[in-house]
Design a protein around this ligand. Structure first.
Ligand code: HEM
Ligand code: HEM
Length: 494
């Protein structure tokens, strides 16, 4: 029995010898098996962090409606719970799931088994220990005081660096042992993300900056953590899932390279747009705004490439949760980037800076793009590693509806509330309190959304538990979305 493995090759490179490599299903199973331990460990830890981060996000949200809620103990105050939410979601949920996804993708795309799997497992454990120590210290009041870099520099950061370096070493060792000449675009994204992350994280944490310099380095780090870490691995995953699930090559190899190099070139210069209006030399702000506008090139290249890959096959989304989530995530990437470019314009930033608009933007990016892409990856990868199918179609649908619907409500409510807040802050005739009271209904809506999304997370965690730890998911059962194949065959017919 043979399967053309993960060969989301392009029309352009279809003549290349390597793309004709056919790999047996046994070989594919061997690639998946080689990373089984770190992949499952990472996913398990990620889901635990997702639940912890959800509780922290919910408390942060409810505090906007009832500021006196849980305010008696210092460790439950907004100033500690909010950064804990950020760090747990970004480094615990998203980054740990991204480790697993990278460790699963690389052997498949390099047509070889995962190398240094034990180092990767150790890396995930060390990273988790670092984050756990850092989060406890953060809640206890020990913060480095820079957004996205709050985790303790002495106890947590060295563990995070060691953890990411070990996982990265396994990724790069596997790349070095590849059995293909051509590197599919997902490999570019995934492999590049590790050195990028380590460089920016170490640079961001060096204790040598002061004052404005420190703010500039802070946002150099935070923006690149978004662009050269969270974005890149998820774009790599989406570039894998779309062609693989619908069974046709990516639309254009060259557009995917424009997307990759455009992102690498322009994103790194974007950071200072977080400090528009701040006390920085104007050339720094002007450069970052120009680079933000230039981001239109890679964003449109990726958008066209991914859209043209799926066009005509959108119907298949009904039968594949991984495809549904990957498509929504891909569209959200385009949407959040266009929103970001708009927000980087001085005239718009004047209104939206320091408002809930930015939180809507954050969650459009980190949830509708990053988190949905990660869910899609887990729907696709877990059954292949565990050799069992997700037990319940109903739970899959409930999860997607709850998190998708909830997050749309979250983003729309804060988007509108944020603009109203910004306009109110700029109106000289209105007192500051008007900007607060006018946003209350929108914040309440966000809290309703938070409850809906949290229910979705519980459904997902329960379903993953059923799949991994019970006999409910089984090879003998029909996979929940088994109709996909006939639909695609029907579409192909003239
Ligand atoms: C149940 C789902 C979630 C809820 C209810 C939630 C809620 C919140 C709240 C209330 C804040 C503080 C907003 C403020 O300071 O004005 C926040 C900030 C933040 N959250 Fe979430 N969140 C959720 C999911 C996530 C996820 C999955 C991620 C990342 C993968 C994430 C990343 C962030 C980040 C980075 C910030 C800081 C944003 C900024 O400063 O612009 N959140 N979230
Ligand atoms: C072309 C692409 C993008 C541009 C030009 C852009 C632009 C911006 C700007 C100007 C801000 C600062 C808003 C302010 O503080 O006034 C911002 C904040 C933010 N962006 Fe984007 N964005 C882009 C893509 C993304 C993507 C893809 C994500 C998520 C993966 C994302 C996540 C965030 C987050 C989390 C923040 C808040 C950071 C914080 O304050 O903690 N952005 N973005």
């Amino acid at each position: 029995m043979t399967e053309t493995v993960a060969s989301p090759r392009t029309q352009q490179d279809s003549t290349l010898e390597h793309s004709k490599i056919r790999v047996s299903a046994d070989e594919v199973a061997a690639y998946d098996h080689s990373g089984r331990q770190p992949v499952l460990l990472g996913f398990f830890i990620a889901v635990v962090w997702l639940l912890v981060g959800t509780v922290l996000g919910d408390i942060s949200s409810f505090k906007f409606d009832r500021p006196d809620l849980l305010s008696e103990q210092a460790y439950l105050t907004f100033g500690r719970i909010r950064p804990a939410h950020l760090n747990v979601m970004v480094y615990g949920w998203a980054s740990t799931a991204m480790f697993s996804i990278s460790l699963w993708l690389m052997p498949r795309l390099c047509r070889t088994r995962l190398r240094w799997a034990t180092a990767a497992t150790a890396g995930i454990l060390i990273w988790t220990l670092g984050l756990a120590v850092g989060t406890v210290l953060l809640i206890a009041g020990y913060s480095d005081g820079l957004e996205w870099l709050e985790l303790d520099g002495q106890w947590a950061d060295p563990l995070l660096v060691a953890g990411a370096a070990l996982v990265g070493a396994s990724i790069w060792r596997t790349l070095a042992a590849r059995r293909v000449h051509h590197l599919y675009v997902s490999v570019w994204y995934v492999a590049a993300s590790y050195p990028w992350f380590l460089i920016i994280f170490i640079a961001g944490n060096l204790p040598i900056y002061q004052g404005v310099e420190s703010a500039a380095v802070n946002w150099f780090y935070a923006h690149n953590a978004l662009g050269l870490w969270l974005t890149t691995i998820n774009l790599g995953l989406i570039y894998y899932l779309l062609p693989k699930i619908i069974g046709r090559p990516i639309y254009s190899y060259w557009l995917s390279l424009v997307g990759f190099w455009g992102l690498a070139l322009f994103y790194a210069l974007n950071g200072m747009h977080h400090l528009i209006g701040g006390p920085l030399p104007s050339w720094m702000i002007a450069t970052s705004i120009t680079a933000s506008i230039m981001m239109i090139i890679p964003v449109v290249a990726v958008g066209i490439n991914q859209h043209m890959t799926v066009v005509g096959r959108f119907g298949a989304m009904r039968y594949s949760p991984a495809l549904t989530l990957a498509v929504i995530a891909a569209m959200s990437y385009t949407a959040v980037s266009l929103q970001g470019i708009l927000t980087a314009l001085v005239s718009v930033n004047r209104i939206t800076h320091f408002t809930h608009w930015t939180i809507a933007h954050s969650h459009l990016g980190l949830y509708m793009f990053v988190t949905l892409s990660l869910f899609g990856g887990m729907y696709y990868i877990l059954p292949r590693v565990l050799k069992k199918e997700w037990p319940s179609t109903r739970l899959v649908r409930a999860h997607i509806l709850l998190v998708g619907g909830g997050m749309i409500l979250y983003v729309v409510a804060l988007g509108i509330g944020g603009v109203l807040q910004g306009l109110s802050l700029l109106a000289p005739s209105e007192g500051f309190e008007v900007s607060v009271t006018s946003t209350r209904p929108w914040l309440l809506m966000r809290s309703v959304a938070a409850v809906i999304i949290s229910a979705g997370h519980i459904v997902f965690a329960y379903h993953a538990y059923l799949l991994a730890f019970t006999h409910r998911g089984s090879l003998t059962r029909q996979p929940p979305f088994f109709e996909l194949k006939p639909v695609l065959v029907k579409k192909r017919a003239p």
